[in-house]
Design a protein around this ligand. Structure first.
Ligand SMILES: C[S@@+](CC[C@H](N)C(=O)[O-])C[C@H]1O[C@@H](n2cnc3c(N)ncnc32)[C@H](O)[C@@H]1O
Length: 255
């Protein structure tokens, strides 16, 4: 498919080899097509590696940051568990929303928390809302430590953002979904990998070896969770879709 953006005419031309369609910028389909191309370009230039949250690098698409903030506001969790800490930016994001709400704390799990990252997170003004657990997220001993850390919490929200290999995420879903309270969510990050196969710094197997496939398998085996598109708390626009690295990644516990 070839996409041409006519900024003079405010139309997108889509050429699928057989025919060319002209879609006005005001059509949600034009927004979706250009957003998809923009996400791919953003991957190629490593766009998500240029943001911080209250001083810590956060490896998230800004659009996803806004939606995650909305999710925390909506669910008001007692504890947020996140696998995949890296520099700690998303932990600090969650901790900052908890701080603003005056409620909630965060447990971050990573196979390796590098000493400079640990030091910066522990010295952060929001460190009183953050607990770090080091170890592979799917190791039973790590998971047991996470369970100890959430004991007594009634409302728990989970974000899976560690290794994105399908089998790893599948196992994380099996373990960490047991923590999620009724009505809350387990969010699977980076399902975009499926659409990026063939781009620089990717592998061909990303077509199936990705978090979205893990979520599909999980949902096929359980009736406790349903897939939900991120639901904006405010929407007076006509775009209709989110620009996200985590398509199909919001799973809500319904029973
Ligand atoms: C994409 S980064 C996390 C980004 C972070 N959530 C943020 O938004 O800034 C992925 C992290 O997963 C960690 N990781 C990789 N394999 C893991 C595993 N088996 N268990 C736990 N963490 C793992 C890596 O060490 C890395 O820090």
């Amino acid at each position: 498919m070839i996409l041409r953006i006519d900024t003079e005419g405010a139309v997108v031309e889509v050429d699928d080899g057989d025919a060319t369609r002209r879609i006005p910028f005001s059509d949600p389909e034009a927004f979706a097509l250009v957003s998809k191309a923009w996400l791919r370009i953003g991957w190629d230039v490593k766009y998500v590696y240029r943001f911080t949250w209250l001083g810590r690098p956060i490896i998230q698409l800004p659009e996803d940051i806004v939606r995650l903030q909305e999710l925390v506001f909506r669910t008001k969790p007692d504890v947020i568990v996140e696998t995949g800490v890296a520099h700690g930016g998303s932990l600090v994001l969650f901790a900052s929303v908890c701080e603003a709400l005056g409620h909630g704390r965060v447990v971050g799990v990573d196979i390796e928390i590098r000493p400079p990252n640990r030091a910066a997170i522990e010295a952060h003004p929001l460190s009183h809302r953050i607990t770090l657990v080091e170890g592979s997220s799917i190791d039973q001993r790590t998971f047991a430590r996470v369970r100890e850390n959430v004991e007594g919490a009634k409302r728990i929200l989970v974000l899976l953002d560690s290794s994105h290999a399908k089998e790893h995420v599948r196992e994380e879903l099996r373990l960490y979904s047991t923590l999620v309270s009724l009505g809350s969510y387990i969010v699977v990050a980076d399902g975009i990998m499926r659409d990026l196969a063939g781009a620089p710094r990717t592998n061909e197997d990303w077509r199936w070896n990705n978090p979205l496939s893990a979520a599909d398998d999980f949902l096929a085996e359980t009736d406790r969770f349903v897939r939900e598109e991120s639901a904006p708390l405010f929407d007076e626009g006509t775009a209709g879709t989110d620009v996200t690295y985590s398509p199909g990644g919001w799973l809500r516990r319904v029973r």
